[in-house]
Design a protein around this ligand. Structure first.
Ligand SMILES: [Ca+2]
Ligand SMILES: [Ca+2]
Length: 364
């Protein structure tokens, strides 16, 4: 979630009824303090406490490399994911790095996905690292053994209702976005179409961004998947500029299930500044709630509390988008209710008695 959401609400650049200003400012401070508590320098070097049942599962698939130069790059990306997963204490499965003798990674991937629970609140991340192809009709990810097409992968992922992130960092990965798009799902591709077929740099930058404090754009002490996407896409753009070359990869993100990707330049910080259509929610809100390495405040929450927090943050973002439709008083009354519940998640209400009885002079 973005602290900027709140700072904008409280910034005073939009007039608010005076009688609500104090309470909302106080709530804003409470939420701000809750997040400030976790904004320790750098990312948490020590992982924590998620039980195996609650731990995010990350499946990293290293595709067929073809040449040693690519193999080295792909293995390095897989190692970056391994490091990030170790910090996060994820449940990690890496395919495509074992002894190749007789290996069929197509079957291994299908079986690995089939063994994963389809439901629940624990996120599953699927990361594809390698080369892709597009023949004008079908996009595929190159594996040792048969390649997997976007249509086949969509079929394997169809039963999943748990939070799911699919990150295809391969060349020609663009068509995977439309095919895999679904609700409660983040899909990221390194390219915007199947015609961007050159080797991509996006994957390395994304894997690096997961543990880089500078990728934490909203400074809430954790790097969301949206922030990692934005940081990586920015570095891709900077790379091609510095090289004086035309960019041959343009990453996209989709998390509203409409099959249409949003590029990184639609965002300022971690906030979208453009909207696709009147009736379509902008991409990014769901990805901003995916954190591989949660900050300290998130670690204190139970799975149920995190789920409720995500619902509340989503509701606040939607509510903010409806501001123009609502009477000012209604807008702030509903916002107040959402913010109060959010603040109480991070700072539970206690009924502790006062430290000392009030003296008659202090009593109201
Ligand atoms: Ca962040
Ligand atoms: Ca979309």
């Amino acid at each position: 979630m973005s602290r900027r959401v709140f700072s904008k609400e409280f910034s005073g650049d939009e007039p608010s009824p005076p009688r609500r200003t104090g309470l909302i400012a106080a709530l804003g401070s409470l939420v701000f303090v809750a997040f400030a508590l976790v904004s320790l320098p750098g990312l948490n070097a020590r992982a924590d406490s998620a039980s195996p049942a609650e731990a995010t599962t990350v499946i990293v698939v290293v595709g067929a490399a073809g040449e040693d130069e690519f193999r080295t790059n792909f293995i390095r990306q897989a190692e970056l994911w391994e490091g990030a997963c170790a910090l996060a204490r994820c449940h990690r499965v890496t395919l495509g790095v074992q002894d190749p003798g007789g290996t069929n990674d197509y079957a291994a991937l299908q079986q690995t996905l089939a063994a994963e629970p389809n439901d629940g609140t624990t996120p599953l991340w699927l990361v594809l690292i390698g080369h892709g192809t597009f023949d004008g009709t079908e996009a595929k990810f190159n594996l040792r053994g048969p390649d997997v097409s976007s249509t086949e992968l969509a079929l394997w992922l169809k039963p999943f209702h748990r939070p799911l992130a699919v990150i295809d960092t391969a060349s020609a990965s663009g068509p995977f976005l439309k095919t895999l798009s679904a609700t409660n799902r983040v899909v990221i591709t390194a390219t915007r179409s199947g015609h961007e077929q050159n080797f991509t740099r996006f994957g390395t930058y994304l894997a690096e961004a997961l543990t880089q404090p500078e990728s934490d754009l909203d400074k809430d002490g954790q790097v969301s998947l949206l922030e990692a996407f934005l940081s990586a896409a920015h570095r891709v753009s900077e790379f091609y500029k510095a090289e004086g070359r035309l960019a041959t990869e343009h990453a996209l993100i989709d998390d509203n299930g409409d099959g249409l990707g949003t590029p990184a330049d639609w965002f300022r910080g971690s906030r979208p500044v453009k909207k696709p259509k009147e009736t379509t929610a902008v991409d990014g809100a769901v990805a901003q709630q995916f954190h591989l390495i949660p900050g300290e405040a998130d670690r204190q929450l139970s799975t149920e509390q995190r789920t409720r927090r995500d619902e509340l943050v989503g509701a606040i973002l939607q509510h903010r988008d409806r501001k123009a439709e609502l009477a000012e008083d209604d807008y702030y009354r509903q916002l107040e209710k959402l913010l109060l519940e959010l603040a109480h998640l991070y700072t539970p209400v206690t009924n502790s008695p006062p430290a000392k009885p009030l003296s008659p002079l202090e009593a109201p």
